[in-house]
Design a protein around this ligand. Structure first.
Ligand code: SAH
Ligand code: SF4
Length: 388
């Protein structure tokens, strides 16, 4: 058996001695723990029987309760002991916006007042929920709206899991059922690796949210060492934002390319131990006259050679003050056609939620007082000149 992780040992200590939780210190959020961890916490921390964990777990993940008071099959005494040191929910639903195509953007407020967004995307064959992993993002991609916020902080495990629980709760009866989870909201998930790995385990546990691990996908801009660790420690799917086909062009739009260039990224992906039939998804945001030529498509074929993969092309979603444009319909079609004709499995991501600023790369709210990070501002100026 693996050793008890430190975060669990710490929580057990607090459950045993509530006074360890200093004045004003945040309560322990029970959604940060797997079922087995919760059991350990209840048994070792409170000296209660293990079946209590089962009851609590059902309240959390089947009934989506927001307080211990709603857990009516627990004694009042136990509810009080629990409430002294812990809580059951972290994120507060503060607004939703439904677009004409059915895309729903949910806004959640966190303890510190920060707002994060999760987006429900209905498709013909399935429904995806796009969740956030950070408040803002540090990666500074020049085509992405979230980048302008810079990074405020990582989300906790509970804040990640609670987005899914709360969408289910808020959607209630009208919920057509979320079948897929994609970490494609705000943030770079692999920059918040420990929490994302734990959240994925809770999302896919049968005693958890019970999503199929084939239907949970984490998308990264290409943090090479983190990709390796993620694939070793998690069993959900990986998507990589490729977005350009030469180092010169990729570095212009994704600063991470200066740290891990295409050669390093592709070598890492080529060497990943994949399961039978497992494929890596590449995302490719098509930016008009920047990365949408047939020469780019040709280079994609070469770059991904030997990597079991598919490509999602995403026509650029515009946002205020961006130097980039949406490619024409003919360009998108020709690009996709070239790839398909060269045996690349290539899908076009249906544009959804654009008008409600709920589409890929449109999430977040860069504040007026907090300026766009300086390095990003400079890059944007250069691009604006180049692209005219
Ligand atoms: N940080 C991660 C996941 C969040 S971004 C990543 O970059 O992969 C999710 C996807 O949205 C990425 O593939 C990204 O390239 C894409 N994206 C960002 N801004 C976009 C925009 N304005 N239009 C279309 N796609 C965008
Ligand atoms: Fe961050 Fe992804 Fe946006 Fe790049 S595209 S800034 S990695 S959220």
């Amino acid at each position: 058996m693996s050793a008890t992780p430190q975060y669990l040992l710490d929580a057990i200590e607090v459950f045993r001695n509530p006074e360890l939780l200093g004045e004003g210190a945040p309560l322990i959020d029970l959604k940060a723990f797997s079922y087995d961890e919760l059991k350990t916490l209840i048994v070792d921390g409170l000296g209660e029987k293990a079946f209590r964990a089962e009851q609590i777990h059902q309240w959390l993940y089947l009934h989506y309760v927001r307080s211990f008071d709603e857990m009516t099959n627990l004694s009042k005494g136990l509810r009080e002991r629990l409430a002294r040191v812990s809580r059951v929910s972290t994120v507060e639903h503060v607004g939703s916006h439904v677009s004409a195509d059915g895309t729903t953007k949910y806004q959640f407020k966190l303890d510190d007042g920060a707002i994060i967004e999760s987006v429900f995307l209905p498709f013909e064959s399935h429904n995806s929920l796009c969740i956030s992993s950070q408040v803002g993002c540090a990666m500074g991609c020049t085509f992405c709206y979230t980048a302008k916020m810079g990074l405020s902080r990582h989300l906790s495990v509970a804040e990640i899991v609670d987005q899914v629980v709360n969408v289910r709760r808020v959607a209630g009866e009208s919920d057509e059922g979320v079948s897929n989870i994609v970490f494609m909201g705000m943030g770079e998930p692999l920059h918040n690796l420990d929490h994302v790995i734990r959240a994925c385990a809770i999302l896919t546990a049968d005693k958890g949210l019970n999503f199929s691990r084939r239907k949970v996908t984490v998308s990264t801009s290409g943090l090479v060492p983190e990709i390796e660790r993620f694939m070793a420690e998690s069993n959900v799917q990986l998507a990589v934002s490729l977005n350009a086909t030469t180092d010169v062009s990729r570095s212009k739009i994704m600063p991470i390319n200066d740290r891990y260039d295409l050669e390093e990224l592709m070598t890492c992906l080529r060497e990943l131990p994949l399961e039978r039939r497992q494929r890596i998804t590449f995302e490719y945001v098509l930016l008009k006259d920047f990365n949408d030529s047939i020469d780019d498509a040709k280079r994609i074929v070469k770059l991904i050679h030997g990597i079991p993969s598919k490509i999602n092309i995403i026509p650029f979603n515009p946002h205020p003050e961006t130097p980039f444009d949406i490619p024409s319909e003919e360009t998108v079609e020709a690009f996709q056609r070239y790839l398909i004709d060269h045996n690349v499995s290539c899908f076009r991501r249906k544009t959804k939620g654009r008008e409600g600023m709920a589409a890929c790369g449109q999430l977040g709210k860069p504040s007026e007082e907090k300026k766009t990070p300086r390095h990003l501002r400079k890059k944007l100026e250069v691009l604006r000149e180049e692209l005219g």
